[in-house]
Ligand binder design. Structure first.
Ligand SMILES: NC(=O)c1ccc[n+]([C@@H]2O[C@H](COP(=O)([O-])OP(=O)(O)OC[C@H]3O[C@@H](n4cnc5c(N)ncnc54)[C@H](O)[C@@H]3O)[C@@H](O)[C@H]2O)c1
Length: 259
């Protein structure tokens, strides 16, 4: 089989890690970068395009992998799908409106797309175990911990975890509120009765703990990504899968047989 040519959308921390992982992986090769905010015309021995349409027409990729910003992802997705190029999207904070459009557009065009809030297989398992546990506990809280440069709070993973727990359970969790809140927001954000606490510190990468409480017992499910390389096996799997699929797959679970 011919080498899969990958256009990497984003020259940030994740984009460059993806380009290196694709370069090291047999059967695929990074063709170019595209980044709407890029300052340089070349990086890591590859061209860097600023315009999505030009990048696609020049690089002629088989797959686009996007790790950028929710403001940019719709632009690259629109241009890629118009050309029948499948997408692997890791950018978080995407709007419901965009996700709805992506689902309709991939189905109508018969092109594949994978959107995953977390490509670390350990994180996908953590979310899976949290969904299983959600049926057996009325109280749950999420503590997510990330590096201090992260733009969105809470993390896409924390939101996806809480939403998955709610869907598995079919009703909201019980969330006790203090009679007196001496510091506003002390109980964290709330999604369906799940309190979500976002920690931002230099030195962290991506970590999450899901805590359940019941009569005389608690359950903690903890996942740690200690480096961005933790996301690469999931991204490489998604690249191989997306070229064979039609329509939208949300979450790596669907590719791991956990859905
Ligand atoms: N799904 C996962 O497993 C996973 C893992 C880590 C990070 N992420 C997400 O990936 C994204 C990128 O993370 P990162 O650490 O590489 O960030 P980063 O800040 O290092 O890089 C972001 C890139 O996006 C580009 N960009 C930002 N805003 C833009 C805009 N408006 N128009 C065009 N380009 C723009 C920047 O130029 C930069 O190249 C974030 O959304 C992050 O939450 C997802």
């Amino acid at each position: 089989m011919a080498e899969l040519k990958v256009l990497v959308s984003g020259t940030g921390r994740m984009g460059r890690q993806v380009a290196a992982a694709v370069l090291a992986e047999p059967g695929m090769t990074p063709a170019a970068y595209v980044d709407g905010l890029a300052e340089r015309g070349a990086l890591d021995g590859m061209p860097v395009f600023r315009d999505a349409a030009i990048a696609l027409d020049e690089a002629k990729p088989d797959v686009v992998v996007d790790f950028t910003n929710a403001a940019w992802t719709p632009a690259i997705a629109r241009e890629a799908l118009q050309r029948g190029v499948p997408l692997v999207i890791g950018t978080t904070g995407l709007s419901q409106e965009f996700m709805g459009w992506l689902e309709r557009e991939t189905a109508a065009r018969g092109v594949g797309a994978v959107v995953a809030a977390n490509f670390a297989i350990s994180a996908v398992l953590m979310m899976h175990f949290a969904r299983v546990a959600a049926r057996f506990f009325d109280h749950a809280e999420i503590i997510e911990l990330h590096h201090d440069q992260k733009v969105d709070s809470p993390s896409g993973t924390a939101k996806a975890t809480a939403e998955g727990m709610l869907a598995a359970r079919g009703r909201p969790f019980t969330r006790p509120l203090p009679e007196l809140e001496t510091v506003p927001g002390a109980r964290g954000a709330e999604l369906g009765g799940v309190s979500i606490h976002a920690v931002r510190l230099p030195g962290l990468v991506a970590h999450q703990e899901v805590l359940f409480g019941g009569q005389g017992q608690t359950l903690s499910i903890r996942q740690d990504s200690t480096g961005r390389d933790s996301f690469m096996p999931g991204v490489l799997l998604a690249i191989r899968e997306v070229v064979q699929r039609k329509g939208l797959v949300v979450g790596l679970e669907g590719l791991l047989g956990l859905a």
